[in-house]
Write a protein that binds this ligand. Structure first.
Ligand code: NAD
Length: 264
């Protein structure tokens, strides 16, 4: 039990926020890290940060909702760094907190495509590496919105509930084959999620500014017992725990990291 890691980790959505912090922390603990993101320059910056700590690191552009792109990135990661031990399906976007009657079908489909289908595709690709070797760790980034009917709009809450369901179904099937599959459920974390989501969803999507339940410090204090947002490192350390030997007997778990929000 020393918290050190070995082998290759692929982190999606590694160009920013939670994914970047996770990539850096995995590297600092001994993993070789492939940073994958829609934004290639951002992924490259993350790989540079990982390398600064002395870890091997590469970066690839891929849209996680496109199987061919994600497959190519994982192929390249394994070719460059060696067998895949850890897959962190973290890439995601927010839906602007829009309810069903306000949600455009195209926005619904894009959010489900990235937040749920992207995780499915990441799991599927990871299994292709892990099943033959009889070992591996998969961590899927869900949310408190994957457990409660809040924390996002209809598409985001549905997608994150889907991620939790997928994680549990996979744990039932694959835990006997040497693979653990867990989800992390963050509460409000200070990142660029809202702005990035607005950009990725593109023109025509209503302005997300000011929508939601934790848009300012006062609202966060009202929602979160800890009275503050979490940090990206709070979430990265949960991921590092789940991929470590210390969590060898954990599978199908939803690790809530939310300053007490869900306890209410
Ligand atoms: P972020 O916007 O800082 O980082 C997300 C990264 O994912 C970005 O670099 C973005 O370019 C990338 N990305 C988006 N769509 C992609 C796609 N199709 N293919 C590849 N990359 C893509 O946001 P974050 O807060 O770090 O979010 C990371 C994950 O954490 C998301 O799944 C999010 O739903 C989840 N989460 C965040 C919070 C929070 O409060 N920030 C809370 C709960 C869950």
């Amino acid at each position: 039990m020393n918290g050190m890691l070995s082998g290759t980790a692929v982190v999606t959505g590694a160009g920013s926020g939670i994914g970047r912090a996770t990539a850096v922390m995995l590297g600092a603990r001994g993993a070789a890290v492939a940073a994958v993101d829609l934004d290639e320059a951002a992924a490259r910056q993350t790989a540079e940060l990982v390398a600064k700590n002395g870890a091997r690191s590469v970066a690839f552009r891929a849209d996680v909702s496109r199987a061919a792109e994600l497959d190519r990135a994982v192929d390249a990661a394994v070719a460059a760094l060696g067998p895949l031990e850890m897959m962190v399906n973290n890439a995601g976007i927010l839906d602007g907190y829009f309810n069903v009657d306000e949600t455009d079908e195209a926005v619904w489909r894009r959010v489900i495509d990235i937040d749920l289908t992207g995780v499915f595709l990441g799991c599927k690709r990871a299994l292709r590496e892990m099943l033959p070797r009889g070992r591996g760790r998969i961590v899927n980034m869900a949310s408190v919105a994957g457990l409660n009917g809040t924390g996002g709009g209809a598409a985001y809450v549905a997608a994150k509930h889907g991620v939790v369901g997928l994680t549990r179904q996979m744990a039932v099937v694959y835990s006997a084959r040497g693979i653990t599959i867990n989800a992390v459920c963050p509460g409000p974390i200070l990142t660029g999620l809202r702005q990035h989501s607005q950009t990725i969803l593109g023109a025509g999507v209503p302005d997300m500014t000011g929508r939601g339940i934790a848009v300012n410090d006062e609202q966060v204090r009202a929602v979160v017992p800890a009275g503050r947002r979490g940090t990206v490192e709070d979430i990265a350390s949960a991921v590092c725990f789940l991929v470590s030997d210390d969590a060898a007997y954990m599978s199908g778990h939803t690790l809530v990291v939310d300053g007490g929000w869900r306890a209410k």
